[in-house]
Design a protein. Structure first.
Length: 70
């Protein structure tokens, strides 16, 4: 279960520290894609707080995009 308290700006995962440690120890990352759209996505899409844009397009349009327009 995940508890979300928007007013308090709090997100809490209802999983014990022991269970999280067990999951981390067992996790194996998937192989990276070798080519195609998935490879472009993995290598070039920025994080959400940066706009989730392609990094090679940033600054190419000639005008800034304000944060509140997203």
């Amino acid at each position: 279960m995940i508890e979300l308290d928007v007013r308090a700006r709090r997100l809490h995962l209802e999983v014990s520290d022991e269970e999280l440690a067990r999951r981390r120890a067992a996790w194996v990352p998937p192989p990276l894609p070798e080519r195609g759209w998935q490879k472009i996505y993995v290598e070039h899409v920025q994080q959400a707080h940066l706009g989730a844009d392609l990094d090679f397009l940033v600054g190419s349009s000639g005008s800034a995009v304000p944060r509140d327009s997203h």
